[in-house]
Ligand binder design. Structure first.
Ligand code: ADP
Ligand code: MG
Length: 319
């Protein structure tokens, strides 16, 4: 006998809630934000073959599905509270469910966020999570706040997820150890939640890198009505990526997506505070450019020479 819908929910996804007033089992979950706090809400959907490959281990998929959502809370500077999970599964495969739930709850527990509800249906493997966070009014990091003269930063390193994808696609090859390193970056991104919290009141704007650094930066520039100069050789990359051909490095760092690092801006006078905020949470932050007047996104190399911007970014309906 295969597992039924409600047994599946009960066995793999139902846990006691601490913070929420009511979790799984009724028609709605009930949440009470702390007095005076605003709620921050975001959804991200993962479709097999589109957002992840069928080769990903179930526990890593559980991690990834929650991580990409937490990354949106991080980019707003919100504290995670609760999430819902809408799941379409081809069949009730218990090996898959056990691994998926393990990876999901490991990250949920590490981030202090609890699963309060969802929906389960049969269908092509699709995972839609909605995260709910809280933050004080007027404190959210938004895409609209970049100002001319601000420094431009990125957290961690970018490009590994794209490098791993190129190996899966067969367009590039790596030895086993470096491949495992970039594969882990692709399959288990670390949402920068504590950094986002530390940047409240400090960063003038922020966004997380999901579709590619230049593409996501472009969203900030358009929404803020400003331009930018990016020093492409200053964009931080892992030792594995730094050992690859120069063209591939640029492609991966500038147009590769799925890094889930934060791009953010801050006033030049706050540079020391920005680096201190990164150190406080153990996440390196690197200055990669400057916000400029106008609308142009200008790329320069280490010698200050202009580089043509032919770097694309991911768009579901154009790729
Ligand atoms: P309804 O018919 O009212 O939509 P369901 O029968 O779909 O409720 O779900 C029963 C309960 O289980 C609800 O509390 C719902 O939030 C929860 N639930 C369903 N699927 C999931 C899931 N994948 N993860 C977490 N909770 C779930
Ligand atoms: Mg339902």
């Amino acid at each position: 006998m295969s597992l039924g819908e409600f047994d599946l929910i009960g066995k793999y996804f139902t846990r006691d809630v601490r913070r929420a007033r009511l979790g799984i089992g009724d028609d709605c979950a009930l949440l009470a934000p702390a007095p005076g706090m605003q709620l921050a809400v975001s959804s991200d959907m993962l479709v097999e073959g589109r957002h992840f490959l069928s080769t990903v281990a179930p526990d890593r998929l559980g991690h990834m599905a929650l991580a990409v959502n937490l990354s949106d809370l991080a980019a707003c500077g919100a504290q995670p509270l609760a999430f819902t999970l809408a799941l379409a599964l081809p069949r009730a495969d218990e090996t898959f469910l056990e691994g998926f739930a393990r990876g999901l709850f490991a990250l949920a527990d590490a981030q202090g966020i609890e699963l309060v509800g969802g929906d389960t249906t049969q269908g092509p493997l699709t995972i839609c999570i909605t995260v709910i966070g809280e933050l004080p009014p007027e404190s959210a990091l938004l895409r609209t706040g970049a100002r001319v003269g601000d420094d431009l930063y990125v957290s961690g390193t970018v490009g590994d997820a794209r490098l791993a994808l190129e190996v899966f696609r067969g367009t590039h090859s790596l030895d086993a150890a470096p491949f495992e390193a970039v594969r882990a970056a692709m399959e288990q991104p670390q949402p920068r939640v504590t950094l986002g919290l530390g940047l409240r009141g400090l960063a003038s704007s922020a966004i997380d890198v999901s579709d590619g650094l230049l593409g996501d930066l472009g969203h900030v520039l358009r929404r803020s009505g400003v331009g930018a100069t990016v020093e492409v050789d200053a964009v931080p990359r892992s030792p594995v990526l730094a050992a690859q051909p120069a063209d591939l490095q640029r492609e991966c760092t500038l147009s590769g997506g799925d890094d889930y690092e934060l791009i953010f801006t801050a006033a030049p006078g706050d540079a020391a505070r920005v680096h201190a905020a990164g150190r406080a949470v153990g996440v390196p932050v690197t200055r990669i450019g400057r916000i400029e007047a106008g609308k142009a996104l200008v790329l320069v190399d280490a010698a200050g020479r202009r580089i043509e911007n032919h770097f694309g970014s991911f768009d579901h309906f154009r790729s």
